[in-house]
Design a protein around this ligand. Structure first.
Ligand SMILES: [Fe+2]
Ligand SMILES: [Fe+2]
Length: 298
């Protein structure tokens, strides 16, 4: 891996910079003017609802993080508490306000910690387990933020095409600027663990097994209702015919760090499988006549 060594100081500087350069977006800095609310809701209603919910689930993400990583260091604490959480929650509130303006019901974030997470709590204090969990947390964060970056980029192009300049520039435009910094944090953190050989071969092996067994796309929360909604986001963003290249983009870092020995692997197969499952669930529902192409699901 001929890449620059990522030191703890570099990661810390990155987090500090994010905090200084990207304060949470102010509600009054957003121009919520929408020219064609109905058309917008028909075309991107489900996408907006999904994104609002996922952003608002950041409260639960933090609680789960505290359970799974009870001994986080200062850089990680600073990232999730001072930078990431305040930014993401504001993304959620802004998107939900837009939903309200469009006459859509508010997002319904799930903010209870999952039982599977609670069950892991006693194990979280063992250092070798904590190291694996931390690595998986960084990989999950990276793939999640990559999905966010791609969704917001696609969405802003779509809004521009529709002539919805105000929200494209002042709403999605502002959110879009904050997501790549989150991705970079997770990418640097995971890469640094590999560069410094924090994980022993058995830990990497276990990380691969766990990842394969537990991978989920952002916001799918291990249930079919949310998987189906993700399927509608795939369709809403026009990604249904390019699932493989999408898997490649959201899985690039993971392929490099976790599956480097698998020659020729372009993306982790479980990512494409998860995408296909979401799309199939959505199509099944659509075929039953229960859904309009991309309207908000609930
Ligand atoms: Fe966000
Ligand atoms: Fe983010």
């Amino acid at each position: 891996m001929a890449r620059q060594l990522i030191t703890p100081q570099k990661i810390r500087d990155h987090v500090k910079r994010l905090g200084e350069q990207h304060p949470p977006i102010r509600m009054d800095s957003v121009d919520f003017t929408v020219k064609e609310p109905r058309t917008l809701s028909e075309r991107f209603g489900s996408v907006l609802d999904y994104l609002a919910r996922v952003e608002l689930e950041v409260d639960r993400n933090v609680l789960e993080l505290l359970v799974l990583l009870p001994d986080v260091d200062e850089t990680n604490r600073m990232f999730y508490a001072d930078v990431w959480h305040p930014q993401e929650i504001q993304h959620g509130l802004i998107l939900d306000r837009l939903q309200g303006d469009l006459g859509q019901p508010p997002a319904e974030p799930i903010n209870d910690i999952a039982l599977r997470v609670k069950l892991l709590a006693p194990l979280a204090h063992f250092r070798p387990i904590q190291e694996i969990t931390r690595f998986l947390y960084f990989l999950t964060g990276a793939s999640t933020e990559r999905q966010a970056v791609l969704a917001y980029n696609t969405l802003s192009k779509g809004l521009d095409e529709m002539g919805e300049k105000a929200i494209s520039q002042t709403l999605i435009g502002q959110i879009k600027q904050q997501e790549p910094g989150h991705f970079a944090f997770y990418q640097m953190s995971a890469t640094s663990m590999v560069q410094h050989e924090v994980l022993k071969p058995w830990q990497l092996w276990l990380a691969r097994v766990l990842r394969e067994k537990t991978f989920g796309l952002v916001g799918t929360n291990k249930n079919d209702r949310h998987r189906k909604e993700y399927g509608s986001v795939i369709v809403g963003l026009g990604l249904e015919d390019r699932l493989e290249s999408y898997a490649r983009e959201i899985g690039r870092l993971e392929t490099r760090l976790l599956w480097a020995k698998e020659k020729g692997m372009e993306f982790p197969p479980y990512m494409l499988k998860a995408l296909r499952e979401c799309l199939a669930l959505y199509r099944e529902e659509f075929a039953k006549g229960n859904l309009s192409p991309t309207a908000a699901l609930g």
